[in-house]
Design a binder for this molecule. Structure first.
Ligand code: MSP
Length: 504
């Protein structure tokens, strides 16, 4: 039986059109999901939309449409984004689905039954933009620490006894040192919890766009309690006897941006423990992008539109640049010139050129035939072995969400392969030593095949093209080292990564 692997992205608020933040987590999750599938795992990859709460409600009002019609439209934009990014979720969840409402209400009932929810009244600050409550002491110049405006609330509210979970959470972090990553985020979260936890308001009465609280219809559930539960709904909760639930829960990895780590690393495990359910195995927070050195914001008008960039440069290039440009977990800067440099240097020159010069040479000078050989020189073995080492490194990188390291390992092999071509000079060998030429080309085809398998999770389109050109159709990493059979005929090659030429 295959080992299960359950990975999630945050579910996105439907108040806005998709931007680089949405694209980033979704692509990262897709890279990991695709790799795990190739590596023999039974993968469940969940993404979707977060459709309740004050923010979405307000956006619908502003649009002058009833909330349900509004969320139907905007959620569809997010769903449509998936094939554009070339990502492959197994399920796209919406929090307005009745299955999800049932799951959220079941969590609520469990928290009532365990005595973790009580009725009180909330008096304090709330930020609609963050959908978060803030203590007076957290405010900076009258705003949320995130810079978002806050408003004063006074209303009856149910509370979750978060304070009671301080010690159990700290014990949990200690027992599962890999639960929060990267380490800087872990330290931040531990410090926050050590500082003491206040009970959390988990219902609202001043609007009704949310999941109704069981047995008290005046209240809707706090949008984060509702939203986090999507990770359970996605695998079949509340039916805990369901095969998918038993197989996939607890989730292996929740991916998200650093701004929402607290919800995932503090509230979520506390809710789950209180409900008698297992917390996820790991939460990983990536950093934030700036645009040409500037903070991205709607008011500055510098929001990066993934659809725009993809229509210009293609999904593969966009995916690669996001994974390569920044160490996953750190903040980074996006720039068009940086993107073009990466595309030209890493994709067109290094990778594309390697494949193109080798394959077109075989196609033109060797009738498109690959000749297998067992007569390998030490340098041939070294270059082939380098790919096996890279596979091991990539596997480790994936398990640590070190997606930039994954790129490093693969591109090192690409540089080595280009150096090997320059050193072995197959074109000179054509006259001098045609037998040796065949061996060199054979080695190179196998190198390209392995490279294409390694790059497939990041560059699905180009990698698949390369594999097809080589006549390969097996994407299973179990057969990574299998050599291309003798007399394989390749297809007529064409460059898979066009260079970007500036009009200027
Ligand atoms: N609905 C919640 C998540 C609920 S999960 C149970 C939410 N939605 S969101 O639409 O606001 O999500 C935004 C995601 O984009 C977050 O992961 C956030 O970190 C990410 N980003 C928003 N701006 C970003 C950048 N400039 N750079 C990188 N990621 C950023 O939060």
């Amino acid at each position: 039986m295959k080992k299960p692997y359950y990975i999630t992205t945050p579910i996105y608020y439907v108040n806005d059109k998709p931007h680089i933040g949405h694209a980033y987590t979704t692509i990262a999750a897709d890279v990991i999901a695709r790799f795990k599938r190739m590596d023999g795992y039974d993968v469940m990859f969940l993404t979707g939309t977060d459709e309740h709460g004050l923010k979405v409600n307000k956006s619908a009002e502003l649009a002058g449409i009833d909330p349900q019609t509004f969320v139907d439209q905007v959620s569809q934009n997010f769903r449509d984004l998936m094939p554009i990014l070339n990502v492959t979720p197994d399920r796209f969840i919406r929090t307005t689905e009745s299955a999800h409402k049932k799951a959220a209400q079941e969590i609520w009932n469990r928290l009532i039954a365990s005595g973790d929810i009580y009725l009180g009244s909330y008096e304090g600050w709330y930020s609609m933009r963050d959908e978060a409550f803030y203590a007076e002491s957290e405010l900076v110049d009258g705003k949320a620490p995130t810079g978002a405006p806050v408003e004063w609330l006074e209303e009856p509210s149910y509370f979750f006894r978060l304070s009671k979970w301080q010690e159990p959470l700290l014990t949990f972090y200690e027992q599962q040192p890999d639960f929060i990553a990267p380490n800087s985020r872990r330290n931040e979260v531990v410090k926050f919890v050590e500082g003491g936890l206040m009970d959390l308001s988990v219902s609202r009465t001043s609007f009704n766009w949310g999941v109704t609280v069981p047995n008290d219809e005046k209240h809707v559930m706090y949008v984060w309690l509702d939203a986090l539960t999507n990770y359970l709904t996605g695998v079949g909760f509340p039916d805990t006897n369901l095969e998918s639930y038993k197989k996939y829960w607890p989730a292996d990895l929740h991916l998200m941006g650093k701004d929402i780590i607290r919800f995932h690393a503090v509230y979520w495990p506390a809710f789950l423990m209180a409900a008698g359910l297992e917390p996820p195995k790991r939460v990983f927070a990536h950093g934030w992008w700036t645009n040409e050195g500037q903070k991205i914001s709607k008011s500055l008008g510098n929001v990066i539109d993934p659809i725009d960039l993809i229509s210009q440069y293609g999904a593969d290039a966009f995916r690669y640049v996001l994974m390569r440009e920044v160490s996953f977990g750190q903040d980074g800067d996006f720039s068009i010139s940086g993107m073009k440099n990466r595309i030209n240097a890493d994709l067109a020159n290094a990778y594309g050129n390697l494949a193109q010069r080798v394959l077109s040479f075989i196609y033109k000078q060797c009738d498109g035939i690959i000749h297998a050989s067992a007569d390998l020189e030490p340098q041939d073995k070294v270059i082939l072995l380098g790919l096996e080492t890279a596979l091991t490194e990539v596997r480790t990188a994936i398990d640590h969400q070190a997606l930039h390291k994954m790129c490093d390992s693969i591109w090192q092999c690409i540089y080595d392969a280009n150096a090997y071509v320059d050193a072995e000079k197959p074109w000179s060998l054509r006259k001098e030593n045609p037998e040796r030429m065949k061996v060199v080309l054979y080695v190179l085809c196998n190198v390209i095949k392995r490279l294409a398998l390694l790059t497939f999770p990041i560059l699905p389109q180009a990698s698949e093209t390369m594999l097809r050109l080589l006549g390969e159709s097996d994407f299973d990493l179990e057969n990574f080292s299998a050599l291309i059979p003798d007399q394989r005929i390749i297809q007529e090659p064409h460059p898979v990564f066009p260079r970007i030429v500036d009009e200027a």
